[in-house]
Design a protein around this ligand. Sequence first.
Ligand code: SF4
Length: 250
Amino acid sequence: MNCLKGVDPMDNDIKLLGVEDMAEQQYLPAGCFSSWLRRTRNTLVKENGTDVPCGECKACCTSSYFIHIRPEETQTLTQINRKLLFAAPGLPKGNVLLGYYENGHCPMLIDNKCSIYEHRSLTCRSYDCRIFTAAGIEAGDTDKALINQRIRHWKFSYPTKRDSDQHSAVQAAAMFLRERAECFPAELVPKNSSQLAILAIKVYDVFLKYNDESGKNGRLFPDSRVAKAIMKANEKFEARRIKFQAVTNH
Ligand code: SF4
């Protein structure tokens, strides 16, 4: 019998996705980059589920993830034995985490199927491992090996220059956040690969603008200016999300 894990390890060692590794893999179509990016940003604002062509893949259900469940997700909560849940550190009362077994498997995964699929949490419904392919980083260390394999399989398409420019901008944002953490206040520095990829997706347009200006006049911008623009872009994105949530919840 596996023991349930109850401590959230922080993954500070965010690794780049090796380009040479990707070239050796058999690819899975990840969709047109601009369309995917627009849908993903909308999902982050609306906090609703997303549609990922997972097929038979269960990598995210077997990769040592703590699943956040909000107090309002009553349908989900009624499906899960309370003994499997514990209070989510740093979040208001009522927010809980579903742990995982020693082998990294979610306790709701039974016979390789999600036993609560129709009522799975928003965290599960909105998980899309293509965020790592988009940001050009790995999902984590050995406990995320299956996801790392999967994210090397995804291949975006670039029917227009905008698609490739946007992908370059997301990757540039991820690279800057990873390598210039000292430019940001502690609370904005992503603690793990998922947070870093999501932040890069939120603020990528800063790099769309700066890449464009640098390309035109060869000008390089100081890190402090780029970091300030990133913080402003993140605030703008969060304001949009909060406004949307306030309107829908009333
Ligand atoms: S609740 Fe279901 S979808 Fe979510 S991680 Fe567990 S098995 Fe996977």
